[in-house]
Design a protein around this ligand. Sequence first.
Ligand code: DQA
Length: 149
Amino acid sequence: MSFKIIIINGPNLNLLGEREQSQYGSTSFDKLKENCTKKSKELNLYIEFVQSNVEGELVNIIQDSRKKFDGIIINAAAFTHTSVAIRDALSVFKKPIIELHISNIYKREEFRQKSLISDIVTGGIFGLGIDGYILAIIAMQKILINENR
Ligand code: DQA
């Protein structure tokens, strides 16, 4: 069985490789997408990899995912700390969700140490750099296989 997952990226993640390399590394967004696509193919998963800087667009993407995808991996970026709308949309998605952050948000400024989505997701990965995306894909596959046994 081939599962379908969506990897949703929030604001400014399109600038990966260019922004704050000390936090987010030097890999570009396109290269990250390529790495995720490659890993998913290896694992026989169908993935969509999306990014938006617009909160409402992310809400629409999450809502539409209910019928199309078996799981969500989300790096909501700055909206993690502010968006009740994204939290509410994720709450309606009754399937596995992995919260992801490239940096360790708990080691950074106080305003980043609060996530509005951590308590409604299945699990999370943070502080492991962009490898976190690959780890999240592997973890999501395991969750979906276990759930469908
Ligand atoms: C981030 C952490 C957020 O605080 C920040 O606003 C981001 C990226 C991360 O991946 O480490 O844009 O989600």
